[in-house]
Write a protein that binds this ligand. Structure first.
Ligand SMILES: NC(=O)c1ccc[n+]([C@@H]2O[C@H](COP(=O)([O-])OP(=O)(O)OC[C@H]3O[C@@H](n4cnc5c(N)ncnc54)[C@H](O)[C@@H]3O)[C@@H](O)[C@H]2O)c1
Length: 384
């Protein structure tokens, strides 16, 4: 390798469901977002449970190896990183083999399906340069990163209490067949494993690790349609309510569930310290709410109150899109391009049309003309 040549990290991906796709998207798009990456990365192989699917995915996303045998990727000398995006029950065996093969490993949450398995995995000594880690992606939401900074700077002082929630509504429809995440034989647990693992990590990251917990699970629908569509006995918690105490004495609660009508992907937390408080909701991903309890009180409240911090896309090192672009902004471009190319492919007219462009032009020109004559209202020439 030449002196200045970047190291290319070659990734073998296990599983191509929602997370396999997400990870592939992230790897392929890194160069757009980070201009001077000190490495390059490529997903070179994929393993799913169907050869046909693996081949389809490999062809679609430019991967070299398509297989249903994870050992092909794990034992390939051309692969540096194994990325585990399979259902939870499979993580343990894969982790053991991939670590033993000297690969760096990225593992989706939760690590395993039992603490005994996880302890065994965490105790495996790594070779020099071998790096293993978890996907607890919510640590990288901009307001979460800002919350961590404020806490580390001592802005809210000693943390006294916290509340974390992760709520979905997907278990409220009993006619919808359960997926593997509702089946503890594959998920390892229920919603505590699936959504709770995120919140436990997040609050541990922000408030310090929990050292005492109490728990209460809920199954509201003891029977529902199973994975094969037949009547099935629910075997995994649909909601879970946890109370806990951190190492530093903060007390709080974590509620996770898929029984919460009206929720979407509602991850949120509130953290209350001696000198301030923080609030965040994933459904409002641009903002962190910060209350400074040391701000002077004043008649009528002065300027005291929660400050809405505009975290938007202000990620360190990110060179694209603009740091002021709010979360979700790129979706607009994606959807616009999708709609336009779709229209071109079908030979159908597209809106917004050039006439829509003309209308905007006429309004702007008329507004300038009005400005020239002191703001008098003028007619926009008809154009649509
Ligand atoms: N970090 C997050 O935000 C997040 C979100 C969803 C899921 N997850 C985690 O990601 C993992 C995958 O979840 P998902 O939602 O992508 O699941 P999914 O059901 O959408 O996809 C699972 C994929 O794994 C494949 N698969 C199943 N068994 C396999 C095996 N033995 N070998 C190889 N491939 C196999 C399936 O063919 C499928 O492609 C789980 O551990 C889950 O907890 C994380």
């Amino acid at each position: 390798m030449e002196q200045n040549e970047k190291k290319t990290l070659r990734i073998g991906l296990l599983g191509f469901g929602s997370m396999g796709k997400t990870h592939t998207w992230a790897v392929q798009n890194l160069p757009f977002f980070y201009e001077s990456l000190p490495f390059s990365a490529k997903v070179v192989g994929v393993c799913t449970t169907s050869q046909e699917k693996s081949e389809h995915v490999a062809a679609q996303f430019g991967m070299e190896i398509a297989t249903t045998d994870e050992d092909v990727l794990i034992n390939s000398p051309d692969i540096d990183v194994i990325d585990i995006c399979t259902p939870n029950v499979y993580h343990y065996n894969t982790l053991k083999k991939a670590i033993a093969a000297g690969k760096s490993v990225l593992c989706e949450k939760p690590l395993c399906i039992s603490a005994a398995e996880a302890e065994e995995i965490a105790a495996i000594p790594l070779e020099e340069g071998q790096v293993c880690g978890m996907v607890f992606n919510n640590r990288w939401i901009a307001p979460v990163m800002r919350a961590k900074q404020l806490i580390d700077e001592g802005k809210i002082g000693r943390i006294l209490s916290f509340e974390g929630k992760y709520l979905h509504n997907s278990a409220t429809d009993v006619n919808k067949p359960a997926g593997w995440k509702q089946d503890s034989t594959v998920c390892g647990g229920g919603v505590l494993f699936d959504l709770g693992s995120h919140v436990i990590d997040l609050l541990g990251f922000l408030c310090g690790p929990l050292v005492e917990v109490g728990g209460m699970s809920q199954i509201a629908y003891p029977t529902r349609k199973g994975r094969n569509g037949e009547e099935w006995e629910t075997n995994a918690d649909e909601s879970f309510y946890l109370t806990g105490k951190t190492k530093d004495g903060a007390h709080g609660t974590i509620t996770v569930g898929k029984l919460q009508v009206g929720t979407n992907d509602d991850l949120s937390f509130e953290i209350y310290g001696e000198n301030g408080a923080l609030r965040f909701s994933l459904m409002e991903p641009n903002w962190l709410y910060y209350y400074d309890n040391t701000a002077a009180d004043a008649p009528m409240g002065g300027t005291r109150g929660f400050t809405k911090i505009e975290c938007v896309g202000r990620y360190p090192d990110l060179t694209f899109p603009s740091p002021k672009a709010p979360a979700g902004w790129l979706y607009g471009h994606l959807a616009s391009m999708h709609a336009f190319l779709g229209a071109v492919a079908e030979g159908k007219p597209f809106a917004p049309s050039l006439n829509d462009g003309l209308y905007v032009q006429e309004v702007m020109e008329t507004a300038y003309a009005s400005d020239q004559i002191g703001g008098l209202r003028m007619e926009v020439p008809p154009c649509l």
